[in-house]
Ligand binder design. Structure first.
Ligand SMILES: [Zn+2]
Length: 458
């Protein structure tokens, strides 16, 4: 009754009391009105939709992150259809176009895990008074944000390391850290210039001075990418850029067998992946997202088409270049960044790293030498009747010493660490052992040289 008479009301009641009825009755009594119900749980929302539709016969639509067609932009169509809007309903629509954003894509060399893909952010020759732009780098993964922030900081001259110009930002950090970092990034005079953030920040951040956004790895849905790209250039009409860096598999996916559903353009290309408990990103990525990422013509036009924006200003742009889809407009990705774009490098096939050991033929003579020393030392030691020779050097230790790469035995200390011995042991035996081994190695080196010298004489 309170709702019908226009008074605010609050109902706090146990489950099953009939709270849903409180929403339904006013609707049934006033069929020409519309009600928006906010549900804290998707499960609850689904239950209510079923209830309203079947029990009360009220046209109802549940909208949440799973709603086909990505609610942010398709909501108008869904609402119109499902709620049976009157033909004379008022509709206000403004263009989705952001005329000061330059759009571009770039394929990641070796995939997401090659840090060098973002080398363009900090130029190798960075020095004051060069000015780094305010950049927001968006990652799909928390760990990735800190790895890249650390890497980019390490690329700055040492004097800048303590300023931590590049920061990571994700929900596992303390509220104090997040606030301080956000404020410093948002402050035109703040120290933080490059923010590596996760999607949480990407969707919500309303920071004025962002000059460029890099989306590191394709988003699963187009509206998400568009939202993230739109974080840049919000305060002024100055140019900002939005670069989406694509995993190499984006261009390799086979779309010929995929089903395009106009009512659900974000339907995954590989829908079987969703049956898995933890589908990979490749299995979650939507058809439209892949298609748009592969677009080689005008990106602004592709967005306008996707969002059904046919307003006259949909394709207008005020920035220096519209996007990277116009072969003759003089655009190149390198013009957006201070440093060169990483294009990969020819790498030597990785040599298998293996531990080096002393030549097998040289081991036994050394064991003999060490054993002789051990027996002599033990027989003259004052505790020889209480302690066996193994107290000085046991069989495994003898083996370790004889096998070890000669280059590793460079000091008495190195023997101590090789055998994991105590300081006391070091004081008593390390020097003698080192002398024996190094003398043995010197002799060997001389013997190896002899034949060479003879050859030269001939
Ligand atoms: Zn364009």
């Amino acid at each position: 009754m309170a709702a019908i008479t226009g008074r605010d009301s609050m109902v706090i009641a146990r489950t099953g009391y009939g709270k849903t009825l409180c929403i339904a009755i006013p609707l049934l009594l006033q069929p020409d009105t519309m009600t928006i119900t906010i549900s804290p749980l998707k499960r609850l929302q689904r239950m209510q939709v079923l209830d309203f539709m079947h029990k009360y016969n009220i046209p109802t639509l549940g909208i949440n992150e799973d709603t086909p067609n990505s609610p942010e932009f398709y909501i108008h169509r869904v609402v119109h259809q499902k709620l049976a809007f009157a033909s004379n309903a008022t509709s206000i629509r403004v263009s989705i176009n952001r005329p000061n954003i330059i759009y571009a894509t770039h394929v990641l060399i070796d995939g997401r895990y090659n840090l060098r893909n973002l080398d363009c952010i900090i130029p190798p020759s960075f020095h004051p008074p060069m000015r780094l732009p305010n950049l927001l780098i968006l990652h799909g993964d928390k760990a990735e944000t800190s790895t890249f922030a650390e890497y980019n900081n390490s690329r700055l001259p040492p004097a800048f390391h303590s300023l931590r110009i590049c920061r990571h930002y994700h929900s596992d950090m303390s509220p104090e850290y997040l606030e301080e970092t956000y404020n410093s990034f948002a402050d035109p005079d703040g120290d933080v210039l490059i923010l590596h953030a996760t999607s949480g920040c990407g969707e919500g951040a309303d920071i004025k001075g962002i000059e460029g956004v890099v989306i590191y790895g394709l988003t699963e849905k187009v509206p998400m990418r568009f939202q993230w790209e739109g974080r840049g250039g919000r305060s002024t009409n100055n140019d900002a850029f939005a670069v989406t860096m694509l995993e190499p598999w984006v261009n390799e996916m086979d779309l010929t067998t995929a089903v395009y559903d106009p009512d659900d353009p974000d339907r995954p290309v590989l829908p079987d992946g969703l049956k898995k408990k933890t589908p990979t990103k490749k299995e979650r990525v939507g058809m439209a997202s892949v298609q748009l990422a592969r677009c080689e013509t005008c990106k602004r036009e592709a967005y306008a088409k996707f969002f059904e924006d046919d307003s006259p200003e949909a394709l207008e742009f005020t920035c220096r270049w519209c996007c990277d889809g116009h072969p003759d407009n003089g655009f190149s990705l390198a013009k957006l960044f201070l440093g060169p774009i990483y294009t990969g490098e020819v790498r030597e096939p990785a040599k298998r790293k293996r531990n080096k050991y002393r030549d097998v033929k040289d081991r036994d003579p050394l064991v003999d030498l060490l054993t002789t020393w051990l027996l002599n030392t033990h027989s003259s030691h004052e505790l020889r009747f209480v302690r066996p020779p193994s107290f000085i050097l046991d069989a495994p230790a003898l083996k370790t010493l004889s096998m070890a790469d000669p280059a590793l035995i460079s000091s008495p200390k190195s023997i101590v660490s090789l055998l994991k011995q105590s300081e006391e042991w070091e004081g008593m035996w390390a020097q003698s052992l080192f002398d024996i081994i190094s003398e043995y190695d010197c002799r060997h080196a001389r013997e190896d040289e002899e034949p060479a010298r003879k050859r030269r004489k001939n």
